[in-house]
Design a binder for this molecule. Structure first.
Ligand SMILES: Cc1cc2nc3c(=O)[nH]c(=O)nc-3n(C[C@H](O)[C@H](O)[C@H](O)COP(=O)(O)OP(=O)(O)OC[C@H]3O[C@@H](n4cnc5c(N)ncnc54)[C@H](O)[C@@H]3O)c2cc1C
Length: 601
């Protein structure tokens, strides 16, 4: 069975040494509660819970899957008990607002725990994971009554949440949705329609499920401007706020899917189900975006979690598995062969995983600080800056970390050779589980359009400049530091190139809008590599300064990994830049009718 140790030392490096989280927490209102001791205790307990409770259920959950019986869905064995422990441990309320029963700790702390949960049991993690987004949407857009009725239950974790957007004919293009909301005399709405692919849509972990559903009012404008958001509980709360009458929402079937088998992906039928409007009529998409932004970063963290899990197991295997001798001669002459970790190509795979896991952790925590500032920052200018950066980085966190997460889990299989393909080692499960992260919450293609189109070009590049200026300042400050020259020189060059590439696409897009779509995914990947290069340079600076201390091996490895990232992964920017610049001509030339096959499909 795969093992997992929460990367507590690396978390300390990133949180305390790179980003001064103790200072950051102290600057937030109520941040005193997140004292270093409390943070350390929470992380250790989270590490224990994920390793001892969630990890043992990961493979069994994958093999067993969920079961639909008479409309009820049973999660795999042990999932319910693990969820009870999670609720009893107070985990759901960790970073929720005290006025709704939360502990008021910073959001970033919840995000760190999320990584551990995703690393040990991605499928299980989606049951509580969606509740955070639902709670956030209600907190921002719900009425006082809705907050009192639903939010406190979601925060306690006794009820879970879902997000119901997708329908059979519409996923990306929600303007096409058909689910209807008809006003009723009691001020509510009858919701009728079918939603598909609803994660945790039905299950036996919690006593009630709060669906947040997108639907159209009878007089709604066409397209995405006519979408409203409704809260639709599985059981209608009674006068005391407890689950009462069963609502008209049921699970029609469960999807059979490639991965995350332990999570129930449901077809949900709404049959004149009682719903209540959240926010203003026809403004549902904006309300849902509150939920989707939280969820997008959450999916990026899923990419990070599976990367770390795959890396740790591949590393252990590579130390143990004996095959062939090192090219330079036996490294373990007393054994029948050398462990495969001596082979450069195996090291290439392990270091790719390590560089993405540790770099991804830096990116998540860097972004997590912005989430805290946006929510609780005291200074308006700081909040605005954090909001801008968060907007820019969210599609990068979501799409880049899931793209490289999929690559990293695949490399994990490769390190195991044929054994990686065999179920019992758990490495192929990580690939299957990772695959969905590139799809849901907006595919990589859609994140890329969001980044290049909405965030960068629509702001005339101003959003990007906020970030590139920060990188520029860092490069300037370290320009005369010989220990960092190998990082700062290429970083400064790439940072300048990032702006030039953006201008180039922007100019082309003025002639032909399709150029944005043609460049977008390569632009996103380029942006991801440069973002990680900035963070790896900062890590290298930190490591260089600590090299002479007691933990030389840790810091030396950090520096070596930074070097690997710069020498072996960052050159991928050359290909992405070339593809961004190539334009859309070759993509659009072939006719859509037969795609040059000579026959129609
Ligand atoms: C396991 C699982 C769990 C899910 N959980 C949920 C959930 O809890 N709630 C929920 O509402 N949904 C959920 N989804 C749905 C998921 O979010 C959608 O599948 C996803 O958004 C893509 O929509 P689609 O499948 O309809 O693909 P489509 O929208 O049909 O897209 C197909 C392809 O076309 C591309 N494409 C589409 N439009 C454009 C464009 N304008 N430019 C460039 N490329 C484009 C896409 O990138 C994609 O590659 C889940 C899906 C799965 C498989």
């Amino acid at each position: 069975m795969p093992d997992y140790q929460a990367p507590l030392r690396d978390l300390r490096f990133v949180m305390d040494e790179m980003f001064d989280f103790p200072g950051h927490y102290a600057s937030l209102p109520g941040g005193d509660d997140a004292s270093p001791d409390v943070v350390a205790a929470i992380l250790e307990e989270g590490a224990r819970f994920s390793r001892e409770v969630l990890l043992p259920l990961n493979q069994s959950g994958d093999q067993e899957g969920c079961l639909l019986e008479g409309g009820d869905v049973k999660a795999p064995k042990g999932f319910k008990q693990a969820y009870q422990q999670y609720v009893e441990g107070g985990w759901p309320s960790l970073s929720a607002e005290p006025e709704f029963g939360g502990q008021g700790l910073p959001h970033s702390l919840g995000m760190v725990l999320s990584e551990m949960i995703c690393a040990t049991n991605l499928a299980w993690g989606m049951y509580p994971g969606l509740s955070h987004g639902a709670a956030d949407a209600l907190r921002h857009h719900g009425s006082d009554e809705q907050k009192a009725t639903y939010l406190t239950k979601l925060v306690e974790g006794v009820w879970t949440g879902t997000m119901c957007l997708t329908e059979p004919h519409c996923g990306t293009d929600l303007g096409l949705l058909k689910t209807r909301a008809i006003p009723t005399d009691d001020g509510g709405y009858d919701i009728t329609g079918t939603k598909i692919f609803i994660s945790a849509g039905e299950h036996d972990l919690a006593e009630n499920i709060v669906h947040l559903v997108l639907a159209k009012l009878p007089d709604a404008p066409e397209g995405s401007k006519g979408i409203s958001l409704f809260v639709v509980p599985k059981f209608l709360p009674d006068a005391d706020g407890n689950p009462g009458e069963r609502n008209g929402v049921t699970c029609g079937s469960l999807e059979h899917k490639m991965g995350i088998h332990g999570n129930a992906t449901c077809v949900m039928n709404f049959d004149a189900a009682k719903g209540y409007l959240v926010g203003a009529p026809n403004k549902g998409l904006a309300c849902m975006f509150t939920m989707m932004n939280v969820a997008r970063i959450g999916v990026g963290i899923q990419g990070l979690g599976v990367t770390e899990a795959s890396f740790q197991n591949a590393l252990a295997y590579a130390r143990d598995r004996l095959q062939m001798r090192a090219l330079s001669g036996p490294q373990a002459p007393e054994k029948v062969a050398d462990p495969i970790i001596v082979h450069p190509d195996v090291r290439r795979m392990l270091l790719t995983q390590k560089a993405f896991a540790e770099g991804g952790r830096m990116l998540v925590l860097y972004t997590a600080q912005m989430v805290d500032v946006v929510e609780h920052g005291q200074d308006a200018a700081e909040r605005e800056r954090a909001e801008t950066l968060l907007g820019l980085l969210t599609p990068i966190v979501k799409a880049f970390l899931t793209e490289v997460g999929f690559e990293a889990t695949n490399e994990g299989v490769q390190v195991f050779g044929g054994h990686g393909f065999i179920q019992e080692w758990g490495m192929e499960q990580l690939v299957r589980d990772a695959r969905i992260t590139r799809l849901y919450e907006g595919t990589t293609g859609i994140q890329a359009l969001d980044l290049l189109g909405r965030k960068v070009l629509m702001s005339q590049g101003e959003t990007l400049k906020v970030f590139t200026k920060e990188i520029h300042k860092f490069c300037q400050a370290e320009a005369d530091n010989p220990a960092l020259a190998e990082f700062i020189k290429p970083l400064a060059k790439l940072n300048a190139e990032w702006g030039e590439l953006t201008m180039g696409v922007g100019m082309k897009a003025m002639q032909d809008r399709e150029e944005v779509g043609a460049a977008s995914v390569d632009y996103l990947m380029y942006s991801g590599y440069v973002t990680l290069a900035y963070l790896w340079a900062r890590a290298a600076k930190q490591a260089t300064e600590a090299l002479e201390g007691d933990e030389r091996a840790f810091y030396q490895a950090k520096l070596d990994t930074a070097r690997f990232y710069y020498q072996r992964l960052l050159p991928r920017t050359r290909a992405h830049a070339a593809m961004v610049q190539a334009g859309g001509g070759s993509l659009m030339a072939i006719s859509a009718e037969d795609f040059g096959l000579g026959f129609e499909i």
